[in-house]
Design a protein around this ligand. Structure first.
Ligand SMILES: NC(=O)c1ccc[n+]([C@@H]2O[C@H](COP(=O)([O-])OP(=O)(O)OC[C@H]3O[C@@H](n4cnc5c(N)ncnc54)[C@H](OP(=O)(O)O)[C@@H]3O)[C@@H](O)[C@H]2O)c1
Length: 348
């Protein structure tokens, strides 16, 4: 590959797609060659402002022409976009991506799906710290969901220290994203009646050695998920509450803060903190762990963590691009490169 710039297409310019586009655009080894919209509506103006070429999600002429009729320059359909791309990041709605896979195979591009798709569809899944190496040079992968990414951030370093880990957790899930007006509940707590929920077992698609189960409830909030985690460590783990906190503090994309000292005791303050430090869209790519909510009692570790659902997977997509294109073998080097480029578009 040498110093070639990786040409990245974004198929689906919504909540995740627009964020991945900006994170890719910030890197010096990749560029956005185009983003797709299904129709000339909300989102096209943002792409124009960012200077990303707009393509139509579909190839038929009448749908492409509708963009020009609405005053947007549309460079063609998805097939035209794939001709100028090395890799496509599919950010279409959950379960829709599966129908796009044949198109990517036919176009001969590499592909990355998101957590709304099934592991079986790609045969590979990805988080930066768990299995970057296993994804080197593969044709396609899936960046796991926001919840699975969050679990992986704290559990993988623990597993790597202990060599064995058994976990039970409860996902307290946001009902909808802030920009989503069609989901709920708005005044109820909704248990996920598929037990265990898919979130925990999904961690095993990136780190099969971790034994993990989860249950989930959706609550009327839009801003974050909270995980309530109980992990059983093996005998002779040699860890203390303090050493676990130190381990996490030295791990990328984790923020540890003391709730009592900072006054950041709820997800509302975590998000306010993120806005205060000038993060674009108020995003928080890091997983937030409350220091005073972590306790190791014998072999049992208890902790809470908060996940910014719209953004923790964004830098992981950038690292996944490097893995698939085979340009960086060391996940830590990729993570540092990704995060330092992204930090330039965050203000403070
Ligand atoms: N939102 C989260 O919190 C979150 C977190 C982690 C992972 N994910 C996963 O990321 C993926 C995208 O979710 P999202 O929240 O970004 O969804 P979203 O906000 O609904 O955005 C999806 C975008 O894809 C476009 N689209 C519709 N049909 C398409 C098709 N056939 N091909 C390509 N694009 C199509 C949509 O249409 P328009 O062009 O009409 O706008 C929209 O812009 C899902 O797999 C989801 O599970 C989401």
């Amino acid at each position: 590959m040498g110093t070639m710039t990786i040409k990245v297409a974004i198929n689906g310019y919504g909540t995740i797609g627009k964020r991945v586009a900006d994170a890719v655009d910030a890197q010096d080894d990749m560029e956005i060659v185009g983003v797709t919209k299904t129709r000339p509506a909300f989102g096209c103006d943002l792409a124009v402002r960012k200077g990303y070429p707009i393509y139509c999600t579909f190839d038929d002429e009448s749908r492409i022409k509708a963009f020009a009729d609405a005053g947007y320059t549309c460079h063609g359909g998805l097939s035209d976009l794939l001709k100028v791309a090395d890799i496509v990041v599919d950010c279409s709605p959950g379960k829709v991506g599966a129908s796009n896979k044949a198109t990517y195979v036919e176009a001969g591009v590499k592909w990355i799906f998101q957590g709304g798709e099934k592991h079986e569809m790609t045969g590979n899944s990805y988080t930066s710290s768990a299995n970057h190496v296993q994804n080197l040079n593969v044709q396609g992968t899936r960046v796991v969901s926001c919840n699975t990414t969050g679990l992986s951030r704290t559990l993988v370093p623990l597993y790597e220290h202990c060599g064995e880990l058994s976990v039970e957790c409860t996902m307290i899930r946001r009902a909808a994203d802030p920009g989503d007006s069609s989901k709920g509940p708005i005044n109820a707590i909704k248990p996920v009646l598929k037990v265990p929920s898919h979130h925990g077992p999904d961690v095993m698609t990136v780190k099969p050695e971790i034994k993990i189960n989860s249950m989930a409830v959706a609550v009327p909030t839009t801003i974050m998920h909270v995980h309530v985690i109980t992990a059983t460590l093996p005998e002779g783990h040699g860890l203390t509450t303090e050493s676990i906190l130190e381990m996490w503090a030295s791990h990328p994309r984790l923020i540890i803060m003391n709730g009592a000292e900072t006054g950041i005791t709820t997800t509302a303050e975590v998000m306010e903190f993120s806005r205060d430090i000038g993060r674009k869209w108020g995003d928080l790519h890091e997983i937030f762990v409350w220091e005073d909510g972590v306790k190791l009692e014998g072999n049992t570790l208890y902790y809470f963590q908060a996940i910014h659902q719209e953004s923790d997977v964004i830098p992981e997509n950038v690292d996944a691009i490097r893995a698939l294109m085979g340009v960086e073998e060391d996940w830590r080097v990729s993570v540092n490169k990704t995060d330092s480029a992204i930090s330039k578009y965050n203000n403070l």
